[in-house]
Design a protein around this ligand. Structure first.
Ligand SMILES: [Zn+2]
Length: 165
């Protein structure tokens, strides 16, 4: 497969035209010739390096050293280890990804906050029922009820803001 080297590398001009320099991408790459499987196709993070004013590929997701430069998009990766890491990296490279999204403690904390807010809303409903039952004929003003429920729902918005960053 030595004949494809170089020839298969993308033209640096066309390669970068529609890429967002603030984003990182996954690209198929070729291992170095010292690899146990020099014909294998691996996956590497492809990112813009401002200090070099160039796009560059890193090491393989599997940790192996790679030749610089991406293979054409669509080249099928053959490295089982790279493919295994691919979903994780795709998630990490997606816009809006934050490292804490993969932190079980942070996710647990968010779930607990949501759970607490549901409990608060339920307690609120129970209180309204209590008031209604205790005082015959009492009618909670609709705007008061709405304001209280809205405050509770705002708690969810806070959570969502926290989730969405
Ligand atoms: Zn690999």
């Amino acid at each position: 497969m030595a004949e494809v080297e170089g020839a298969e590398l993308m033209d640096p001009m066309s390669e970068t035209s529609d890429l967002d320099k603030s984003c990182r991408y996954l690209r198929p790459v070729r291992a170095t010739i010292i690899s146990d499987d020099p014909d294998g196709v691996h996956l590497a993070v492809y990112e813009w390096l401002p200090m070099f004013d160039a796009w560059a590929t890193g090491m393989g997701l599997c940790g192996e050293s790679m030749m610089q430069g991406a293979l054409p998009e669509g080249t099928v990766a053959t490295c089982a280890s790279c493919l295994e890491y691919k979903p994780k990296y795709e998630r990490m490279l997606a816009p809006g990804y934050r490292p804490e999204d993969d932190d079980p403690d942070v996710l647990r904390q968010r779930a607990e906050t949501a759970e607490l807010q549901v409990l608060q809303a339920k307690a609120l409903v129970a209180k309204w029922r209590q008031i209604a039952a205790a005082e015959e004929g009492v009618r909670m003003r609709v705007d008061t009820a709405a304001a209280v429920l809205l405050a509770t729902l705002d708690g969810f918005n806070d959570l969502r803001a926290e989730v969405e960053g």
